[in-house]
Design a protein around this ligand. Sequence first.
Ligand SMILES: C[S@@+](CC[C@H](N)C(=O)[O-])C[C@H]1O[C@@H](n2cnc3c(N)ncnc32)[C@H](O)[C@@H]1O
Length: 381
Amino acid sequence: MNEDRFLCVAAAGFGLESVVRAELQALGIPGERVEDGRVFFRGSASEIARCNIGLRAADRVLIQLAEFPAVDFDAFYEGVRGIPWRDLLAPSPRVTVDARSVKSRLTAVPSLQSVAKKAIINTLRGGSTGAGPRMEETGPAYDVEIIVRADHASVCLDTTGPGLHKRGYRQETGEAPLRENLAASLVLLSRWEPSRPFADPLCGSGTIPIEAALLAARIAPGLSRAFAAESWPLFPPSTWKQERESARASILRGVQTQMQASDRDAGLVRIAEANARRAGVAEMIRFRAARVEAFTPEGEYGCMVCNPPYGERQGQKHEVEALYRAMGMLYRSIPTWSLFALTAEEQFQKFFGARASRNRKLYNGNIRCWYFQFFGPLPRR
Ligand SMILES: C[S@@+](CC[C@H](N)C(=O)[O-])C[C@H]1O[C@@H](n2cnc3c(N)ncnc32)[C@H](O)[C@@H]1O
């Protein structure tokens, strides 16, 4: 393994790999290959820090340490033991192992986890024999992620810690908030540009408009939070300092936007405003308590990005269908606007009354959803 440039993985939600790859490219890091839920790239410690601070759509950033055939526990143990843990981890590390098995002979996840941990600790204790003194686990924390797929193990170190969606600004939410990185993905997929109006008339705790405003002001989403790898000797503190400074220098101050966010629930609108204040973008968004039926978008050639309720619960179905009809009427009344809606209701288009230009299957947590994209005309340049 080349110690200066690691093979890395930007983990992404299903259907969002291309969004994350484009983001990597924008950060100056070309993606190497894409697999389900993973975009591979080569990166130095600085580039890994840049990804953690700057990626809006990804779930986390990992370093892939090894990949090897693992048809039985002996091969698995030796494969994990062959990784140069002494060079990679700080003294007395606190190691946790999270394993998964997919279509493989080694199916017992607890055994995979305990065998891997034993292999790591033995390597750290005694080099090749593992016979050294007992190791205290008082140092920095390391999460090792192992996936055994089709009898091949891939061993990764998680550099992120709590998922990248945890930006830190959202302290209160409504009933069904979107993860911040999914909200950012919806905005990126809409191809909205800050020169165009933006609206979310079903804003709940404000995640979608807040992510759009962060994008418009070029505020890196991870600027105000900490990451697991910040306590690792592999990442000198200057790495994080420099990447944060460079992210701060890219912020556009006083950016002019025309952004509206509303919800029928006035309490939620207050929560959304407080979240926007914590994110540093409250001045960019006009919040209002209003029903979608009474919503008046301002400006032309705008993008409306929203996440309407799905109505899974008994008794909600009619209400939700009526809401989708109202959204369709609103859309037809603003012919220059584009509208984007994420919903788990497959029949959305039927009630909305129009066919989407595009439709992408995405997951909101474990819920399979469709992102219906109604592209309107683009403004003349
Ligand atoms: C799934 S939630 C949106 C969650 C939001 N994206 C977030 O991250 O917090 C749907 C929102 O639609 C709002 N809503 C439902 N019917 C509405 C209507 N007719 N007009 C305006 N808002 C409505 C609900 O109050 C709820 O906050």
